[in-house]
Design a protein around this ligand. Structure first.
Ligand SMILES: [Zn+2]
Ligand SMILES: [Zn+2]
Length: 324
């Protein structure tokens, strides 16, 4: 969601996830390992990335305004290196806001500047530090998980995977806690890692075995389709492959986004559900699929130019209507 402007939420206009995320957070759901403490009253876990303009606690009333039972947010400005800490006061008001506006799941989305796979030691160190900040903030806010983009390998794919896993391991060891990290499927633009299930699996396998249980996955429908996984033409085959290679039990979050670009474009440009190349059908399958009933589903679709809520309200109504 783009950031700079007034529009904090942004997955708006061209929202490449990257841009759109500037304001997003994600949701995740620990359904395998330890139970999520805040898991819920509501069986439905559906919502959107919401803005935190005004501070993290503001995400909760924004989620309530669209009737979300799951939200994603940024714990800081995602396109800046500044790493604010969450004070006890902020954490307390976040939790109070969460009591007032309950959601089943609240996840964060990490900064776009972070590149844990970078071959540049200075950038990698800075990224690791920033990622630790994300872990600390998310822990202080008691978020269920952090959705994280695998990094850009720049020079060599295999080496990039190893660097990414090592940095992730270091960060998880440095910041113990319950917060899970959900590695997001990517569109495979340029040298970004995460374009295939095999690569995501390898990345997790390379993480230290003492912290690997904290690592799961987030599947983004736009990114999958752009990466060459045909959710529109072969829905069953895509999930069969995911389950075989990665394991559905490690799926902690789904990002619901249509795509502005054609199948296998390797581009990351989100579109409103039903208005893009994926069309409504795969989303209806997802919404009705019992395997995903307990998985948080988060919209990162364009907020539009009118206000923060109109598009999200329409998208959520559309998705809920698909279930009946
Ligand atoms: Zn993302
Ligand atoms: Zn996403």
């Amino acid at each position: 969601m783009s950031g700079r402007g007034p529009r904090v939420l942004g997955p708006g206009r061209d929202n490449p996830d990257e841009e759109s995320m500037k304001r997003t957070t994600s949701a995740t759901q620990p359904r395998d390992e330890k139970a999520a403490p805040r898991k819920a009253a509501s069986p439905e876990m559906l919502g959107a990335h919401v803005s935190t303009a005004g501070g993290p606690p503001s995400a909760l009333p924004r989620g309530a305004a669209i009737g979300a039972s799951a939200i994603q947010l940024f714990t800081k400005t995602p396109n800046m290196w500044r790493e604010p800490e969450v004070t006890q006061e902020i954490a307390a008001s976040f939790l109070a806001a969460r009591d007032l506006h309950p959601v089943a799941v609240a996840v964060s989305h990490d900064s776009y500047l972070i590149n844990l796979a970078s071959p540049d030691p200075a950038l990698r160190a800075r990224s690791t530090e920033a990622f630790q900040g994300e872990l600390r903030r998310s822990g202080a806010l008691r978020l269920e998980a952090i959705v994280s983009h695998p990094g850009n390998f720049i020079d060599e794919r295999g080496a990039g995977l190893e660097r990414n896993a090592a940095a992730l391991t270091d960060a998880l060891r440095a910041v113990p806690g319950e917060v899970r990290v959900l590695l997001e499927t990517t569109a495979g633009t340029g040298t970004v890692l995460g374009r295939s299930f095999e690569e995501l699996r390898t990345l997790r396998d390379l993480v230290g075995d003492d912290v690997r249980h904290r690592v799961g996955f987030c599947a983004d429908t736009c990114h999958l389709y752009s990466a060459g996984y045909d959710l529109a033409g072969d829905y069953d085959g895509v999930w069969e492959a995911f389950d075989r290679v990665v394991g559905l039990e490690l799926l902690g979050c789904i990002h619901l986004n249509d795509s502005k670009t054609p199948f296998a474009s390797h581009k990351d440009r989100h579109e409103l559900i039903g208005d893009g190349s994926l069309g409504q059908a795969p989303f209806q399958r997802l919404m009705r699929d019992p395997r995903f009933a307990g998985i948080p589903k988060i919209l990162e679709t364009p907020k539009g130019d009118v206000d923060e809520v109109t598009n999200d309200l329409r998208m959520l109504a559309l998705l809920r209507g698909m279930v009946d």
